[in-house]
Design a protein around this ligand. Sequence first.
Ligand code: ADP
Length: 496
Amino acid sequence: MTPDLAPETRAFLARRHALYVDGAAQPPARPATLEVTDPATGLPISSIALGEAADVDRAVAAARRALHGPWSRLTADERTRILLEFSRLCDARARQFTELAVLDNGMPRAIAESTAPFCSQFLRYYAGWVSKIAGRTLPSAGMGKRPGELQAYTLREPVGVVGAITPWNYSFGMEMLKIAPALAAGCTLVLKPAEQAPLAALLLAELATEAGVPPGVFNVVTGLGETAGAALAAHPGVDKIAFTGSTEVGRLIVHAAAGNLKRVSLELGGKSPVVVFPDADLAQAIPGIAMAGFLLQGQNCVCGSRVFVHEKIAREVAEGVAAFARNMAIGGGFEPGTMIGPVISREQRDRIERLVATAQPEGARLLTGGRRPREAGWFFEPTVFTDCRPDMTIVREEIFGPVIAIQTFADGDLEAIAAQANDTVYGLSGSVWTRDLATAHRMVRLIDAGQVGVNVHAAMDPTMPFGGNRQSGWGREFGEEGLELYLKTKAVTITW
Ligand code: ADP
C-alpha cells in the first residue's frame, strides 16, 4: 500500500538522477543506471547513475579544490551557521526523507520518522563543536631555552578529503554520522552511499548546497561497492575513509587504503549479547529483548541476536519474546501499525533463510517464525530459537535478519557468564538486564564491546561515542570522539 506521497517525493523519484559533484548534478562518465527497488514489492521506484572510477576521480578532485577554497576561510561562526541551516532544511524535508526511506530501504514508517529528526539533531550537535575545536599551549622548553623564550602549541586541522562509504540500513542516518563531523572539522567529502538505498544521499547533498556549503565540499558518487566504492577506498587523493558496513568489506577497505596509508575508521558487524539475570524486571526486559533483536527486521549492526537468560527464568523469557514476535504486525512500511517491514533484498531474504535452515538440524528449537509470511516482497517472520549452543551457525554468524538465538546460563561467577557473552569475534554492543547495581556495574566492565546498556539495548545519542571492539571496527563515531576522527594535530614550536 503506497499512501499519497508528498509531491516533492514523487517528483524526486521521477527524476533522472545524476551524481552530485562540485555543487551540482552531473552525469556519470558512462551513462549506466541502476534500478532502485521497493523491498516491500520488489518493484522499481527510481534509478540512479552508476558512477565508476573516473567519476570518483572527478569528485575527489572537486573535494581537493574545495578543501583549500572558501570553505577553509570561513570563521567558526560562519561554518556553524551553515550547519545549523543544513539542519533546519533537513527538518523541513522530514516527510520526504521518511518517505524515501520507507520506499528504498523498507523501513517501517515509525522508524523512518524517528531517523529524520535524528539527522538534524546530529547536525546541530556538531554545529556546536565547530567553535570548540582548539589546540593547546604546551610547556615545552627544549633546545636550551628557558620559559618565555619559546612558544609551543598545537593546531587542530581537518584531515583533508574524506571518502565516506555507507550501508543501506539507516541510509541517510548512517550518512549523517560521517557528513556532520566531517563538515564540522572543516573537511570535504565524497560520499558513496549504498546502492540499495541511495536516494536520500542525493537529497542531502542538494540541501547542503542550499544551506551554503560551498561547491565541492560535499559530493555524492552513487554506484556499486566493487567499482565506485573500491575506487574511493583506494584513491590516492583521499586522506581518510569512513566506512560502515560488513566486516568482510571492512577488510577489503583496509587493504585498499594501504596504498597511500590513508586513515581508516570502520564500523562493522556485530553479534551482540543480551544477558538477562533472574532479578530483571521482565515486563521491561521482554519487549526490550524482542526489539533488540527485531528492530528494522534485525538489520542492525547492534542487533541483540545472542540472548543469554538465567535458567530460572529462561522459559518465561523465551515464551514472552516469542509471544511479542507473534504479535508484531508484518507489512510494508506504509501499512498502519507495521512493526516488521521487508528485509532489504531477495538476496538478503534468501541468506536469512539459508542460515535459519541450519538451526534445527544443529539442535536448536524453533519457538516462532522461521518462514516467509508472504511471497511478494522480501519479508521474513520474526524468529525465536531456544536450546542454542555456542557452536551453532545462527549463534556465530551475523544474520542481519529478525532472528534471536536464546542460550541459558546457571548460577555462577560473573566472569564465566561474561565469557559466554564475549564468545564471538565481534564487540560492538551488549546489554545486561538486572535490578542489582553490583551485577550491573561488574557486567558493564566485563562485556567486551564499544557500547553496553543496562536495562536498555543500544541506546543512541549524538553525545555518546559509538563503535566496536575486535572485528566490529576501528574508532568511535558520535560525540567528541566522532569529531576527532576528522581532525589531525600539528605541533608548533616558535623560538625568538
Ligand atoms: P551491507 O552488508 O550493509 O550491505 P556492505 O559491507 O556489503 O554492507 O556494504 C556497505 C557499503 O560498502 C556499501 O556502500 C557498498 O556499496 C560498499 N562496498 C561493497 N563492496 C565494496 C568494496 N569492495 N570496496 C568499497 N566499498 C564497497
